[in-house]
Design a protein around this ligand. Sequence first.
Ligand code: T5A
Length: 213
Amino acid sequence: MTGKFIVIEGLEGAGKTTAINTVARILNQHNISDLQFTREPGGTPIAEALRNIIKNGLDNEPLTDKAELLMLYAARIQLIDNVIKPALKASKWVIGDRHDLSTQAYQGGGRQLDKVFMATLKEQVLGHFKPDLTLYLDIDPEIGLMRARSRGELDRIEQQSLPFFKRIRQRYLELAEQDKNIITVDAAKSLDNVTKQIEQILTTWLTKKVNIE
Ligand code: T5A
């Protein structure tokens, strides 16, 4: 089997870190152990530098919404071309902490950037490249932000208002509804329960994949 690209998505505090570990464990149980982990924005030296600016700003210069979007795509294409595609080509499985769905939800839903502009940029930068499977961890932003806050200081994006995060969740749900490769997980449940949901979804998906290929 060739490599596959599995992405974990969701609001801050949704539990992506634990979910990534669960996905890796299940893949290992299926004898898939050559794994490449990525995070977005980030994952290459240039993309990590952009991540730092996106999350923390620089010298108090206002970062415009469009510049933020362009930096996210610059970071993403660095990661895709220099890490993800070579890994997939080498038959590795890639587990991504966020990918383009985050941009659609945060910059499209949260920042309310123009839909045509967003779609054109996505097509020009990514073409047809997309994950094989996305697990969207759905959480009420009030719960997610409470979990995120309990870890300490909030970054530039985490300091946004609650309506911003509500719009992001709304867009995530809309997009998950439209795409059969995005599966929604109820992330408000206990860690044990969320882990069980992911085990079930991934095992079913892997069984289907193996049967098809
Ligand atoms: N961004 C990113 C964009 O705006 N556009 C884009 O295109 C992209 C790619 C990235 C930021 O950039 C934005 C989104 C983000 O604001 P990040 O650090 O990568 O920043 O992402 P965050 O979402 O901020 O990462 P978090 O670490 O906050 O979220 P996680 O990984 O989902 O949270 P996690 O797993 O660390 O859990 C948080 C806490 O909750 C607990 C955990 O133990 C932990 O303490 N927890 C639970 N507690 C109870 N029950 C559960 N089910 C729990 N699950 C987790």
